[in-house]
Design a protein around this ligand. Structure first.
Ligand code: ZN
Length: 135
């Protein structure tokens, strides 16, 4: 089979498949960076692999995709293979809940932001993160 993807395209596809470096998360990281906030780790090895982690402050931040994590504002049930997808999504929601409990038990503050909020109003997300970091 002829390899028709460029290196960049393949990298992009792989990152989409792994669910890492999705654009809402990158957007927040870039905005934190421009505010001079840097001391965070990305995909740090904690339960649930938080997207952004401030280790010293013990703050774990997740940016949750509206479809995969069943956002109450935008989630719509898939039209095809409904049972298959709903099983997956419900398992995600349960895992999110378990992850929150584990992290909080270990003294972490967990922040979760919906993807739609990051897309519509990233400033408010960054402002909230900064406020909590400075508190
Ligand atoms: Zn949403």
């Amino acid at each position: 089979m002829v390899d028709v993807l460029t290196k960049e395209q393949r990298k992009y596809n792989m990152s989409r498949i792994r669910g890492k470096d999705t654009s809402p998360e990158l957007k927040i990281r870039k905005m934190l960076y421009t505010r001079g906030i840097q001391g965070y780790r990305v995909h740090y090895k904690l339960p649930g692999k938080p997207d952004i982690v401030f280790i010293k402050k013990r703050i774990a931040i997740f940016i949750d995709g509206c479809f995969w994590h069943k956002c109450p504002e935008c989630f719509q049930e898939p039209q095809t293979r409904k049972e298959f997808w709903m099983n997956k999504i419900d398992a995600n929601v349960k895992r999110d809940h378990d992850v929150n409990q584990k992290l909080e038990t270990d003294g972490w503050k967990v922040l979760r932001f919906w993807e739609h909020r990051v897309r519509k109003d990233p400033e408010s997300v960054v402002a909230e993160i900064v406020r909590i970091l400075e508190s």
